[in-house]
Design a protein around this ligand. Structure first.
Ligand SMILES: C[S@@+](CC[C@H](N)C(=O)[O-])C[C@H]1O[C@@H](n2cnc3c(N)ncnc32)[C@H](O)[C@@H]1O
Length: 207
């Protein structure tokens, strides 16, 4: 099964699932909004059903939000009906695809990088679509930092196709890949009790 087929099938269930740790999610949003400016052009890749994009949109000039799954985008669009000002633009697109409207001031990727086929390819695409001085904000699962039994469980769930294909990497490896792509790391932190999904703010240096 392709990744797109997997996420299309997951979308209706994903849309109904409550946010696991609402306090941590709201703290993440506060940190994201602290980086944003009212004039910013923002891209969110792997936006799912668009909750974060809708939340961010009123704080900036424009949000383009993309996802591989047509079904996720269909739900995101239907949930945005009735929004006037501050409505994100939703597009179906793979994370490494160049998106009209670049260069962006800020690019976000939440719970995404561990799911793509090729992290360096996505990081290169993000870097090239950012303005010099622009920020890349990521929060993604680094399963290599999780207990071994959790890694084993995820591998088992992948084998029976209950879990999507996941890249098992550590925060150190992810940080190295960001630096290789040319980013400077501005901050890394965790929200709530979770210590396996670092929130990382990386910056494209000014040339
Ligand atoms: C775990 S969900 C996270 C959704 C949202 N960012 C959030 O935090 O709720 C992962 C999302 O990434 C999307 N996705 C997976 N692989 C992708 C890829 N290669 N390019 C773009 N989106 C992808 C899936 O369709 C899904 O909507």
């Amino acid at each position: 099964m392709t990744a797109q087929a997997f996420w299309d099938r997951q979308a209706p269930k994903y849309a109904k699932k409550p946010i696991a740790d609402l306090t941590a999610y709201e703290e993440k949003l506060r940190y994201v909004k602290a980086i944003l400016h009212p004039t910013d052009q923002v891209l969110e890749i792997g936006c799912g059903t668009g909750g974060t994009a809708r939340n961010i949109a009123p704080a900036v000039a424009h949000v383009t939000a993309t996802d591989l799954s047509a079904e996720m985008i269909r739900i995101a669009l239907s949930r945005s009906e009735g929004y006037a000002a501050g409505k994100p633009e939703f597009l179906q697109a793979e994370a490494s695809k160049e998106i009209l409207g670049h260069p962006f001031d800020v690019i976000c990727a939440f719970s995404l990088l561990h799911l793509v086929d090729d992290i360096p390819e996505v990081l290169d695409a993000v870097f090239s679509q950012l303005k010099p001085g622009g920020h890349f904000v990521s929060k993604t699962v680094c399963l290599k930092d999780a207990p071994r039994w959790i890694q084993a469980l995820v591998r088992m769930l992948m084998a029976v196709r209950i879990a999507p294909k996941v890249i098992i990497l550590s925060r150190t490896e992810l940080t190295r890949q960001l630096i290789r792509a040319g980013f400077h790391i501005d901050q890394t932190k965790y929200f709530g009790k979770n210590r396996t999904s670092p929130f990382i703010v990386a910056r494209r240096p000014v040339d």
